[in-house]
Design a protein around this ligand. Structure first.
Ligand SMILES: N[C@@H](CCC(=O)N[C@@H](CS)C(=O)NCC(=O)O)C(=O)O
Length: 304
């Protein structure tokens, strides 16, 4: 099996979750920097309509959503605790909350002059306008219950207090080594602290030290490649053989979309159904055939 390719952009919190995990595992990876919003013409042939970031790729297999990406990292690194499949229900529930409600609470709580200055510096005026318009549109079409700034800050503080209590007992949130929950809890706080430079975490010393331990993992060993090179890797590879269970929709054209926000659908032939994934075959001139893996949790599938 060939190397893991990560399609991401520097300011993306969910990408930071994966970059930190790659640093922790020491896996080598190829980095493709993509833009902060569509159009992403070199990624679209690989991921169909799926528009969230990050996306990972191993040859002609494409992994959408960090739920499928972490499963691959757990397998490649031999560390089962890094995937949802390798942990118990309590940890899964924590990750679900951290990746949705708490992530959104952290993003809302990150609104600050410092963040705005950073955004002004990294975008042209026109792309900044497009960026805000894009994110407002994502918010408007989201199915996640809205929360105000006060509510967001209150939730972040509650979350930090819970983490502080856990981290007073041990170095990592649930085990004596990092598990998926540590990386899920980290990325929203990374955006709040390292990108928006909020001081909210300062009142929680055990959390600050834990963040420092995760930062120290770095991002591992990566080589930057172009989007064209990633497409050619997919063209030159065959998708991995799949094992799954029976399903009446197998072999039929289906549509898969996230059920929370940025619900842009992907259309393809359903080629495998497992306990945790739906896999769609997509064909186009740029890649010939790729298998696109979606988690079942947090997504909806319907016949096309
Ligand atoms: N559930 C997804 C969430 C990914 C997500 O929300 N990513 C953000 C960036 S951190 C995103 O895609 N924003 C819109 C965009 O970049 O186009 C996952 O676990 O990968």
């Amino acid at each position: 099996m060939s190397e893991l390719v990560l399609h991401h952009y520097p300011l993306s919190p969910f990408s930071e979750k994966i970059r930190a995990m790659l640093g922790y595992t020491g896996l080598q990876w190829c980095s493709v920097i993509t833009s902060e919003m569509p159009p992403r013409p070199l990624l679209a042939p690989l991921a169909g309509g799926y528009r969230k970031i990050p996306v990972a790729q191993i040859g002609a297999d494409v992994f959408c959503d960090t739920r499928t990406i972490t499963q691959q990292i757990a397998m490649l690194s031999g560390r089962p605790l890094l995937s949802l499949e390798g942990v118990d229900d309590e940890i899964r529930a924590f990750v679900k909350e951290a990746d949705l409600t708490l992530f959104l609470a952290c993003i809302l709580s990150s609104t600050s002059l410092k963040l705005n200055i950073k955004l002004f510096r990294s975008f042209s005026l026109l792309s900044l306008f497009r960026f805000f318009r894009d994110r407002i549109q994502i918010g408007r079409t989201s199915s996640v219950p809205r929360m105000g700034l006060g509510e967001a800050r209150r939730r972040v503080r509650e979350h930090l207090a819970d983490m502080e209590a856990r981290l007073a007992r041990r170095q990592w949130l649930f085990a004596d080594e990092p598990c998926i929950a540590d990386f899920s809890a980290y990325h929203g706080l990374w955006f709040l602290t390292d990108v928006a430079e909020s001081s909210l975490v300062k009142d929680y010393p055990a959390v600050e030290q834990w963040m420092q331990r995760i930062r120290a993992f770095g991002h591992g060993v990566s080589v930057e490649i172009t989007g064209e090179a990633a497409l050619s890797m997919a063209r030159q590879a065959e998708p991995e053989t799949l094992e799954g269970k029976e399903d009446p929709l197998l072999g039929r054209e289906v549509i898969v979309a996230p059920d929370d926000y940025a619900q842009v659908p992907t259309r393809g032939i359903l080629v495998a159904v497992t306990e945790s994934e739906w896999v769609l075959a997509i064909n186009n001139l740029a890649v010939e055939t790729v298998h696109v893996h979606f988690p079942r949790q947090g997504f909806q599938l319907e016949s096309a």
